[in-house]
Design a binder for this molecule. Sequence first.
Ligand code: PMT
Length: 403
Amino acid sequence: MVQNIFAGKKIVIGVSGSIAAFKVAGWVSDLAKEEARVSVVMTSSAAEFVTPLTFAALSGNDVHTGMFGQGKEDPMTHISLGRDVDLVVIAPATANIIAKLASGIADDLLTTMVLATRAKVLVCPAMNNRMYSHPATQKNLKILKELGYDIIDPACGMMACKEEGEGRLAEWDGVKELLAHSLSPQDLRGVKILVTAGPTREPLDPARFLSNRSSGKMGYALAQAACRRGAQVLLISGPSFLTCPRGVTLVKVQTAREMYDAVLAHAADSTVIIKAAAVADYRPETVYEHKVKKENIAKELILERNPDILLELGKRKKVGQVLVGFAAESTNLLAEGKRKLLSKNLDLIAVNDISGDTTGFETESNQILLISASGAETLPHTTKLHSADLLLDRVRQLVGEKP
Ligand code: PMT
């Protein structure tokens, strides 16, 4: 398992003649930073908008523009370029290139390469909104879908021609996530996974609450990684500033009791449940309707226990269901993990050390001590997204082993 899904992947970017070509220069730069091996093919009109030199500098590779020779180019570039590549992305895709691909025309390097490749091809249309909505373009896009191309719908908004509507090149963040999805193994396809994330907030009055340091990063990374691998992901999250990963269904909650209700409502329908949330164990016994004046706040706060969601899930665990807990610990990681694994009837527990500043709460990275009935293993110290993938590798194995 590589740490970064883009690292080492061979991606061909086909650029056609639209002003949006300048945006794709940023895409190429980002993919190169992610250590993808990017080759750029440009049509002659694309080269009118952005010079091949720009793409060569950003990708670190020669840019391919012509079918015939150009001295240094391999005479069979139209075949070799698309061979053994992981992904082809056509961006921006003009109405013209879409029409050519829909009818199988191969009259330049880009269209010929696309016909010759057997890699997945993603098409990112970008054009004036009336050109985009024209029945001819829509018909051609429908043909492309039927032929197995993936179409990334354009965005709405103001265009270079100062008209507003649908036709702007899709935003890179969303496209990048779709690329990551296309490059990921689909080994969790169709598996229903419920992930919880973030803290819960237990109110005292409209201004104050009890909570903890959880940012939601670990849970959101799990949801994102599972979704990329084809799972159907439901994310139940306490308050977090993070954006829900593309393709994931989000249910927002505030308190432990709200999380309890939401999780239990969906538990029976989930094959895998991963509880990365840091649920508050206690809540104030009294919740005041109006803000309590500081002079009137009692020095001792009376608390009552919140339900233990994971304990309840362990009691109700269905045959074939995989139940994964997390544990935030600062001492006795192994012993505490084993105790929680057994007491909550879990298949797996991911223990993270919260005593340092590079693992656990709020950090970008984590190091998980993974414990199951068959033993314990310390996973590498890595990004939370990669930690999530490593944990999901083990989850996938357990799903396969269950009856
Ligand atoms: O969100 P981040 O900033 O990225 O931080 C990630 C994390 C440290 C919060 C996460 O990796 C983590 O360790 N989550 C579990 C934290 C925790 O609450 O541990 P615990 O030992 O108190 O609980 C054990 C398990 O029981 C957890 O799966 C928890 O979700 C569950 N639990 C706990 C209490 C409760 N009332 N109900 C529960 O379901």
